[in-house]
Design a protein around this ligand. Structure first.
Ligand code: MG
Length: 321
C-alpha cells in the first residue's frame, strides 16, 4: 500500500496544476467557455459538515451514539439501508431536536442495476424505490448505490451505460431517448424528497464506475434532480490523478463524500502523514460544497481518543485548504 502514498506525492504537482487551471479559467483565460465559469472558487459558501457511519461511533444505543456525535461535533448520521428499513420510526424519534441530521443511506437493496439478468435488475429497481421512499421520510441526502460489483455478472460497459441513461450518444434527440433506469429512479427519488448517489469505487471492487468524472458524466446525461453522485477519498486514492481535479469535475452533481485514512482505510489520523485531504478540500471549497463528509472506515485505536482527534485533523485541514 506504500506505493499509493508515494504515487500521491508524485502527483501533488498535477493537483496543483488542475487547481491553478480552474482558477485561471475563472479569472478570464481566453479559452474559457461559459461552462468553465462553474469552477469559480466559492469558498465563502462551502462548509465542512462532518458525518459518520453509525457503526463507527461507540455506544450501546442509538441515543448514546448520538450524544457522542454531538459532543464531538458531528452533524450527520449515515446508516445502512437494511437498518433504515426496520428503524424508520426510531430514527425519526431519536433525531428530533438534535444537532445531528440524517445524512446518506448506504445501499441495502437487493440485486444490481446493470445485471445481465433482467429479473435481477427488476429486483434492484423495486428495492431501491422502497429505500428511496424511506430515505425521503427520514430526510436523508440520498441513497448510495453502486451499479455492480466485480463479482456480479453484468452487461458490457457500453450496454450498461445505455441501460442506465436510455440513449447511446450524448446528443441523441429527445425522440430517440428511451427512459433509462436512472431516469425512473431519479423521478421516484425527487418525488420522495431525496436522491440516488452514484458511488465510484476502486478497481478491486468494480469495473463500471471508478472515477468521479465518469459518475458526473452519467448525472449530466440524465440531468434529473433525483440523480446525483458522491466521492470517497479511499477509492479516490486508487483511481484519481488529483483529488481537487476530481471534485471540480463532479461540480454541482456532488452531494456526498466518504472519508477514511489513505493507506489502510482506518480513521483519518491513523495513517500519519498519508492522511492529507487538503487538496480535495480545496476542490470542495471551489465548488461551494455544503453536503456531508462522512466517515466510512475502521478504527485501530481507542475510539474515544481517535474520533475527536480525527475531527480536529479534518477541521484543521479544511481551514488550511
Ligand atoms: Mg464509500
Amino acid at each position: 500500500m506504500s506505493g499509493c502514498f508515494d504515487r500521491r506525492g508524485f502527483l501533488q504537482g498535477g493537483a496543483m496544476a488542475a487547481a491553478a487551471m480552474a482558477v485561471g479559467g475563472c479569472n478570464g483565460a481566453r479559452w474559457a467557455k461559459e461552462s468553465d465559469v462553474k469552477c469559480c472558487p466559492k469558498s465563502a459558501e462551502a462548509k465542512l459538515r462532518l458525518s459518520s457511519g453509525m457503526g463507527i461511533i461507540p455506544g450501546e444505543t442509538l441515543q448514546q451514539k448520538l450524544d457522542k456525535m454531538e459532543k464531538w461535533g458531528f452533524e450527520g448520521l449515515e446508516v445502512g439501508g437494511g437498518y433504515l428499513r426496520s428503524n424508520v420510526k426510531q430514527l425519526k424519534e431519536a433525531l428530533k431536536g438534535r444537532a445531528v441530521r440524517m445524512s446518506a443511506i448506504c445501499a441495502g437493496f437487493d440485486g444490481w442495476l446493470i445485471a445481465e439478468d433482467p429479473a435481477v435488475r427488476n429486483k434492484a429497481m423495486t428495492t431501491m424505490k422502497e429505500l428511496l421512499t424511506l430515505a425521503g421520510e427520514v430526510g436523508s441526502t440520498g441513497l448510495i448505490i453502486v451499479p455492480a460489483f466485480n463479482d456480479q455478472k453484468s452487461l458490457p460497459h457500453q450496454q450498461a451505460r445505455e441501460l442506465l441513461t436510455g440513449f447511446k450518444r450524448w446528443d441523441a434527440p429527445a425522440a430517440e431517448r428511451k427512459a433509462g433506469l436512472l431516469q425512473e429512479l431519479g423521478d421516484h427519488a425527487a418525488k420522495a424528497g431525496t436522491r440516488i448517489l452514484l458511488e465510484p469505487l476502486n478497481r478491486q471492487e468494480c469495473y463500471f464506475l471508478r472515477t468521479l468524472a465518469d459518475a458526473a458524466s452519467i448525472c449530466k446525461d440524465v440531468e434529473n434532480p433525483g440523480i446525483a453522485m458522491m466521492g470517497d477519498f479511499w477509492h479516490m486514492t486508487w483511481e484519481e490523478t488529483s483529488d481537487c481535479g476530481a471534485f471540480l469535475s463532479a461540480g454541482k452533481y456532488l452531494h456526498h463524500v466518504h472519508i477514511a485514512s489513505r493507506r489502510e482505510r482506518r480513521t483519518p489520523t491513523e495513517d500519519g502523514a498519508a492522511d492529507s485531504y487538503v487538496d480535495g478540500f480545496r476542490g470542495l471549497k471551489m465548488i461551494g460544497y455544503r453536503d456531508f463528509v462522512s466517515l466510512e472506515c475502521g478504527t485501530q485505536g481507542d475510539k474515544e481518543k481517535v474520533l475527536p482527534a480525527c475531527v480536529a485533523l479534518l477541521r484543521e485541514q479544511w481551514t488550511e485548504a
